[in-house]
Design a protein around this ligand. Sequence first.
Ligand SMILES: Cc1cc2nc3c(=O)[nH]c(=O)nc-3n(C[C@H](O)[C@H](O)[C@H](O)COP(=O)(O)OP(=O)(O)OC[C@H]3O[C@@H](n4cnc5c(N)ncnc54)[C@H](O)[C@@H]3O)c2cc1C
Length: 437
Amino acid sequence: MHRHAVGVLWVLAYVLVVSSPLLFMAVRPVPPARPFLLEASVTLGFVAILMMAIQFVLIGRFQSMSAPFGIDVLLRYHRHIAVIALAFVVFHSLMLVLHDPALVAWYDPIGGTWASRTGAWALYAFILLALLSIFRQQLRLGYEAWRMSHTILGIAALASAVVHVHLAGRYISTAWKEWLIVGICVAMVGAYAYIRLLRPALLRRAPYRVTEVRPERGSVWSLALQADGHPGMRFLPGQYGYLRLASPYSLDEHPFSFSSSSQDRGRLEFAIKELGDFTNRIGEVPPGTTAFVDGPHGSFSTDLTPAPGYVFIAGGIGIAPFMSLLRTLADRRDPRPILLVYGEKRWDDVAFRDELDRLRERIALDVVYVLEQPHEGWEGETGFVTEAILRRHLPSESFERHVFICGPNPMIDAVERALVACGVPERNVTAERFALV
Ligand SMILES: Cc1cc2nc3c(=O)[nH]c(=O)nc-3n(C[C@H](O)[C@H](O)[C@H](O)COP(=O)(O)OP(=O)(O)OC[C@H]3O[C@@H](n4cnc5c(N)ncnc54)[C@H](O)[C@@H]3O)c2cc1C
């Protein structure tokens, strides 16, 4: 099925699940009507629970779900939905208090009844989860610690909310209504558990071996892997995989774009920039190390976006997926014109620049380098990739071409605005963000 049609089906499924509480309330047996504030509060609470449950699947790396939208759109959606669900939960509790001020006692997480306590736990777990996500950088919370806390708090909030509904709810007094809501929540958390626990077990059957760890310019390492005892995964150029070294169950797993040609079945390469705990150690990984790759993921690929030509805009290590795209297009002898605008700090940091020169002999590739700190005598573009630079280099028929952007978030935001100012339609632009949280 076409991926846009799949996208529409997912959106419909989402709306159906989230609005199912309204069905609970409308389908008999219906308890006698209560004041408006109370009914509205209960509706918000139900909708919020299902929104929270679906959050587990949204970030669950299901390729059929992420392909139509792109993982960064899904994650942005995950964040926006979280804010709306949190607002619903807060309004749910405030409306109860407005209805009956004595219910303020329900904010007590220790006292009161189990029905009120579990409601309070869900509320506080959810607020804490949101605060940790918003202020992760300021709190200097490492990614792994944040992810662990995010999962635990998410499951705790959802489980408390379901118990709260069971103890306090009137609308799920019928067994089938109760089982339906519990079933939806268990299915969503189960799908997440499948990704975290069962998929690693399946990955054990398809290990890779590290064959080469090659230094590139700009503190970047090319890590090459060879499939061990299996034909290797098929991927589209520009996609990415989650890399684990030594054990498929390791919590230390990181997403990296494939940088090799997708035509080389059985062989995978990543271009990894030293940035933190995991990436700083890549240069020391001994050849022969076992590796596991969960993938392929993502829709940042020319194969999914046919066009008469392309503009690639890379910032720093954002060049990685473009290396896969360019190497693949060269292996396929693709004749379509490509403009690569490649921003880096210094000339000496420009990874793969020698290979880009060689690729220019094999495909219709133009490269424009933009240096933030140019050396003396540099005659090319300088500073950041701006509207003025794009206007100078975008081909006149650029709007027929599809533009792919990959780099740091501020760069992607600025380039997206610049492209709009240059008249490039938004539908012709696809971005991949490496900093998702
Ligand atoms: C879709 C995608 C493709 C990527 N492709 C590449 C690539 O080709 N080459 C490359 O060098 N980098 C790539 N990255 C970024 C890379 O995943 C991070 O630089 C790396 O995980 C940092 O780990 P660390 O422990 O060295 O650094 P840390 O200091 O732990 O993390 C630095 C930052 O990286 C991000 N990060 C850390 N761990 C993870 C994780 N497990 N999952 C998601 N984000 C994480 C967080 O935003 C964190 O703040 C990609 C990221 C994404 C989301």
